[in-house]
Write a protein that binds this ligand. Structure first.
Ligand code: FAD
Length: 354
């Protein structure tokens, strides 16, 4: 099995069969079930709710968590490949899964009480319940430590007041993990169930990006919570920041998925379009060379250099598959350049630079 995507760096060789299978499963889900509906949801500014149980069934929610915590127990790389594929479909899809897994399931798994774990993790893992993560406030985004949402003690209970902004899944969430400062200014996490008195999650409309994703405000007006709603295992800013660390790992993989999709969409468009045929011919030719680069039989025999035929009347294009980029350009005998172990790809296009 091969890594799905333009495999310039021979990524396939570093992935296990299981990881490649996970990627293939995610790729098929996105291609067959998500892509056909994403345009409609993008224009409407909605999320395809009907696909949530499928995300759970395939193990895409909280994937790295153990099965007893609602996850699928896959490796971090397999999880990254899932995020790669989901974001290849749309950033909103990856965002949904990141929030559910890394920002809601993970903190309940890591910091929750046994009661919170048994009540929420399984439902969140199957997609039966949706969660959201409320950290950002109207006046505190990059600096979450400045938050003003307050959790005041009321005997053994808590009263929450404040507002959160730009919260993914907010309006569709069954549970919101809200971070607030207590009377001593210590940040604590609270699980607020949908329908709790004083708690509302109005949707924010009119986004210019991430349109196929539900984004909301969370408003807490004297929300009365028992102490059992507090995450007992964490206090301080490291609580929400540790969740963001989990999410950022998947987001990084997702970015590559989005970039791959942009690249493939551009290649497909430029190679199928029939205008200015000479220009299109070059695009087609380059795209073919690039996608063949890593698998080209020459690469196995002469990994440092591969020659390709250029269009008629053009100098040949040289593709260096291994070596140092600067040396390959400046070395007086660039064609004799030998690899030093660093693998890079350089497209030399002399007819453009001459
Ligand atoms: C679609 C979407 C979904 C989101 N989902 C969630 C969610 O689920 N949960 C959640 O809690 N939050 C969520 N957010 C909020 C997101 O985390 C914040 O937008 C982010 O933290 C940035 O905060 P901000 O928007 O207030 O920008 P600001 O903090 O106002 O920053 C604006 C710009 O100023 C820069 N900047 C800020 N401070 C400084 C400084 N001191 N020096 C130099 N530059 C600075 C920033 O880098 C940025 O470029 C979401 C946001 C969006 C757009």
């Amino acid at each position: 099995m091969k890594y799905i995507g333009p495999d310039f760096y021979d990524i396939s060789s570093q992935l296990t069969e299981e990881e490649l299978f996970v990627q293939k499963t995610a790729n098929e889900f996105v291609t067959n079930e998500f892509k056909p509906v994403v345009n409609e949801h993008y224009h409407a500014g909605t999320f395809p709710m009907e696909l949530i149980p499928k995300l759970g069934e395939l193990g895409f929610l909280g994937s790295t968590l153990p099965e007893e915590s609602g996850g699928a127990g896959v490796s971090s790389v397999a999880y990254g490949l899932i995020m790669h594929e989901l974001e290849r479909g749309d950033s909103g899809l990856r965002s949904f899964a990141s929030v559910q897994g890394a920002l809601v399931m993970y903190p309940i798994h890591a910091y929750g009480s046994d009661e919170q774990k048994s009540h929420w993790l399984s439902k969140l893992g199957t997609g039966e319940a949706v969660g959201c993560f409320g950290l950002t406030e109207p006046n505190f985004g990059s600096n979450p430590g400045g938050m003003v949402t307050k959790a005041s003690r009321d005997g053994d209970d808590w009263i929450l007041n404040g507002a959160k902004m730009w919260i993914t899944n907010g309006a569709i969430a069954d549970v919101a993990l809200v971070w607030a400062k207590d009377d001593e200014d210590v940040i604590r996490g609270f699980l607020i169930e949908k329908g709790t008195e004083g708690f509302t999650a109005p949707e924010q409309h009119g986004k210019l990006s991430l349109r196929a994703s539900v984004t909301s405000e969370l408003v807490m007006e004297n929300v009365h919570l028992p102490d059992s709603a507090r995450l007992p295992g964490i206090e301080g800013l490291k609580g929400p920041l540790s969740c963001l660390t989990q999410a950022r790992y998947g987001i990084a993989w997702g970015v590559i998925g989005a970039a791959v999709d942009c690249y493939e969409t551009a290649v497909e468009y430029s190679t199928q379009r029939k205008q200015f045929s000479r220009q299109d011919e070059q695009c087609r030719h380059r795209a073919r060379n690039r996608s063949h680069g890593a698998r080209h039989p020459w690469r196995q025999r002469h990994p440092q250099r591969v020659f390709h035929h250029a269009p008629h009347g053009q100098p040949r294009e040289r593709l260096y598959l291994r070596g140092d980029a600067r040396d390959a350009h400046t070395h007086p005998r660039a064609e004799d350049y030998r690899p030093r172990g660093v693998r890079v790809i350089i497209h030399s296009q002399p007819w453009e630079t001459a």
